[in-house]
Unconditional design. Structure first.
Length: 165
């Protein structure tokens, strides 16, 4: 799991879709987008979606995205993560909710990940659901919630994975 954290922290730093000049846009699949980016000697392919709604409304959330990333080297495949514009609380972990399924996440600064043994279940839920809700809290104890459309998630996740096979 520590290796996955290192790769995802690197990923989030270099491939935020609206912030990275090096990320190459591949396509749009309804509400999801697919990108590739060279990170060192490796290629990262990822699907990303921005929230359709953020709460509370008057709060500066910074840039918020939900990702599913695959590394060409095989270091990571279909790894879901949340990136926000603030540091997340570690003791009040974020939770990804799709329908009745809930996935507790663990935190590394402004990012949240699901444990390795829950990744496949979350990916399956992302690909068949209609909406993802993520509830989180900042280190300043501000409770937040994000809604992400899952329209196009199956196609985008499949495309990103196929690009890095």
């Amino acid at each position: 799991m520590a290796g996955a954290i290192a790769f995802l922290v690197t990923l989030a730093v270099v491939v935020a879709p609206s912030a990275s000049a090096q990320a190459k846009a591949i396509g749009r699949y309804k509400d999801w987008r697919v990108f590739t980016e060279n990170v060192g000697k490796d290629l990262v392919c990822f699907a990303a979606v921005e929230p359709s709604d953020k709460a509370p409304k008057g709060t500066d959330h910074g840039e918020v995205n939900f990702y599913v990333a695959t590394w060409k080297s095989g270091s990571a495949s279909n790894q879901p993560s949340l990136k926000v514009g603030y540091s997340l609380r570690k003791d009040l972990v974020p939770e990804a909710i799709i329908g009745r399924e809930r996935f507790k996440m663990y935190v590394s600064g402004p990012e949240a990940f699901v444990p390795d043994n829950k990744e496949k279940a979350l990916i399956a839920a992302l690909q068949k659901g209609s909406e993802l809700r993520v509830e989180a809290a900042s280190v300043k104890d501000k409770r937040t919630a994000y809604h992400f459309s899952l329209k196009g998630s199956r196609e985008a996740i499949d495309k990103a994975r196929s690009l890095c096979r």
